[in-house]
Design a protein around this ligand. Structure first.
Ligand code: GDP
Length: 205
């Protein structure tokens, strides 16, 4: 598999829950993160489709599971999918709405057979918060690969960013499928590494 600069993505569908999700025929990588950690910016950064994040930010779609096909140039078939999960901790959302999409996310994570890996986006200045820890623990218990993006590294110096990465990696040393990297959606730092990871995970399935 050649290295790619960008992933070619096309919007497939949005679903309020697992029942409305497309058939589970190709490998999926789910993107999760606290609202404002930069998940949409990360998706935009790795996608050749400038509108990718826009789709997910469309009012009414922010609380849905958004599915994107990933196509590799020169191959006719869909290579895999990226699934943009609703950001958690969105303060303006009512309790009922939050409960509804948390159920959708939980269902998706626990019951989606073609789920291959999770990418969890964090703000490097506020990493490893309660829900992050829960998701990391869950991935470990489920034997599912999880990749942490310490995003917005441009807000810290290189040394501090490396320290944050070291600290997090040390904390989850005992999790065999845990990996982490620094990232900046703004500066595109770490983009090639993330794309390689995604392609590897698609192929591993
Ligand atoms: P989401 O809610 O997780 O989808 O987050 P967004 O992608 O909407 O980003 C939230 C805010 O963080 C926006 O103002 C972005 O411009 C900003 N942001 C996202 N990624 C980066 C980054 O790598 N560096 C910096 N400095 N700002 C970022």
């Amino acid at each position: 598999m050649p290295s790619l600069d960008r992933l070619q993505t096309t919007f497939l569908t949005s679903a309020p829950g697992l029942r409305q999700a497309p058939r589970d025929e190709v490998a999926e990588i789910a993107f999760a993160g606290r609202s404002n950690a930069g998940k949409s910016s990360v998706l935009n950064c790795i996608s050749g489709n400038k509108r990718m994040a826009k789709v997910s930010k469309t009012p009414g779609r922010t609380q849905l599971l958004n599915f994107f096909d990933v196509v590799v140039p020169g191959e006719d078939t869909t290579h895999g999918r990226i699934v943009d999960l609703p950001g958690y901790g969105y303060a303006k959302a009512g309790k009922q709405a939050q409960a509804q999409w948390q159920r959708a996310v939980n269902d998706y994570l626990n019951r989606r057979d073609n789920l291959t890996a999770v990418v969890l986006v964090m703000d490097i200045r506020h990493p490893n918060q309660a829900f992050d820890k829960e998701l990391i623990q869950w991935a470990n218990d489920s034997e599912l690969p999880i990749r942490i993006l310490l995003n917005k590294m441009d807000k810290l110096g290189f040394g501090k960013a490396q320290n944050a990465l070291r600290q997090l990696t040390a904390e989850y040393r005992s999790h065999p499928l845990f990996t982490a990297q620094i990232f900046s959606a703004l500066k595109t730092t770490g983009r090639a590494e993330l794309i390689d990871y995604a392609l590897e995970q698609f192929c591993a399935r």
